[in-house]
Design a protein around this ligand. Structure first.
Ligand code: 2U9
Length: 340
């Protein structure tokens, strides 16, 4: 008798749990509640028989019956909640709405700027070329009029991979390689990553991007440099953009200049973005030093040329008002998604 009642309680627990899990709506759950726990339900029938047991056996079976009752009751409540929420949601789904578009990734802000700048130079007749990031000291320094004991080489300390092999500190060795392979006229624009022994702080990164350009032909003058760069600035930043050329120094160009453009934010009036000067520095430029032509085998008496270089990360920072260069090189999606 005792085993029989215990078995029937176990069966009730198993069948009841299974049936509750399969109930598809709130009404089915309520029907099951009556069937399992109601006045004429399976549990009540078992409890009635409890009275026929010898008194010493009743507490154990009674306790088990209570446990099964509590368990089924909790399961019934949970299932009722689930089925009625599902019901509510089902009626709230509008199947005619268009699906939510998933973000498929975007172009990195530095890449956006690189593409735009190279695209403009391509319309001006420059070909886009690239070259190795692992370079020889010869191409990175010596051929560019910067022997390693030249003071200017200090600013280009880099990562030495082997004797005479470095991570390039600028994209300029690509132009030297182009000149060794091609004859003038040459017009190239060279985007790429470069490396320097610089701290990773708000305005420096040990690996960053550069775009450099080179034009070589007979009869190229500083006027070609000024007019090409000014036309680039107008196409890149708008037709009203003015340019200013300040004397500067680069070992591979003579004369050299820093190029400023009128501030995009205050249009020259002076604001916090341009430190109240009305101007923003955008690139460096100069006439190729005859010593560089000699190093790559061009006749310096016949050919002249101009070159320029800029940092697209700095330009992206100006354009998107990004205060810290590290944001561009950390790959934090919360930041990058804004430029998608
Ligand atoms: C050859 C001859 C000349 C490339 C040039 C600059 C001026 C320049 C820097 C600006 C900021 C790069 O990102 S940056 O650090 N560059 O100002 N670069 S002229 O001149 C060359 C290159 C190759 C054979």
């Amino acid at each position: 008798m005792t085993i029989d009642l215990m078995e029937r309680l176990a069966l009730l627990e198993r069948d009841g749990t299974e049936a509750i899990g399969a109930a598809e709506d709130a009404e089915a759950v309520e029907r099951l509640r009556v069937e399992l726990l109601g006045r004429k339900g399976r549990l009540t029938t078992i409890l009635r028989e409890l009275g026929q047991l010898p008194p010493e056996e009743r507490p154990r079976i009674g306790a088990e019956a209570n446990r099964v009752k509590e368990l089924l009751s909790t399961r019934l409540d949970e299932r009722k909640k689930q089925t009625s929420v599902a019901g509510r949601e089902a009626s709230a789904i509008d199947l005619t709405l268009p699906g939510r578009a998933r973000w498929r990734g975007g172009i990195h802000p530095v890449t956006q700027v690189v593409e735009e700048i190279c695209g403009i130079f391509e319309t001006l007749g420059f070909a886009r070329v690239s070259g190795p990031e692992v370079e020889t000291v010869d191409y990175n320094f010596t051929k560019l009029n910067t022997p390693l004991d030249h003071p200017a080489a200090d600013m280009h300390d880099t990562f030495y991979l082997a004797d005479g092999i470095v991570l390039r500190t600028h994209t300029s060795p690509v132009q030297a390689r182009v000149m060794e392979e091609w004859q003038p006229p040459i017009r190239v624009v060279v985007p790429g990553t470069v490396y320097r022994r610089d701290p990773f702080d708000a305005s420096h990164a040990p690996a960053f991007d550069q775009i450099e350009g080179l034009a070589v032909d007979e009869g190229i003058t500083f006027l070609d440099l000024k007019s090409t760069i000014s036309e680039f600035a107008r196409r890149f930043l708008g037709p009203g953009t003015r340019t200013r050329f300040r004397p500067s120094f680069f070992p591979f160009t003579e004369p050299s200049a820093e190029v400023d453009v009128s501030c995009q934010i205050c249009v020259g009036a002076g604001c916090s973005a341009c430190k109240r000067t009305g101007w923003m520095e955008i690139m460096g430029a100069g006439m190729v030093d005859p010593a560089v032509f000699e190093a790559v085998g061009y006749d310096p008496e016949r050919y002249t040329g101009f070159a320029f270089g800029m940092g697209p990360a700095r330009i992206a920072m100006q354009r998107f008002r990004i205060p810290d260069i590290r944001l561009l090189y950390e790959n934090d999606m919360r930041f990058l998604e804004q430029f998608g």
